[in-house]
Write a new protein. Sequence first.
Length: 77
Amino acid sequence: MYEVKSTNRFKRDLKYIQRRGYDMRLLTAVIQTLASGEPLTEKHKDHALSGIWSKYRECHVTPNWLLIIRLKITYSF
């Protein structure tokens, strides 16, 4: 199980896509799948980015709606 943290940029973009009429259930389903640690389906085209974005991953919520995520693994003892 992963902890989901939203950046300020994500919150701004979320308000924008809500006003544009996007189906928020699709985004919620992808985030819940990622948070539970399950792999995404093939249609989401999850892949690692390169260059300065190498710490991030990208997946497709819909073909023209991309979600960029950063998985940060921390260990607690």
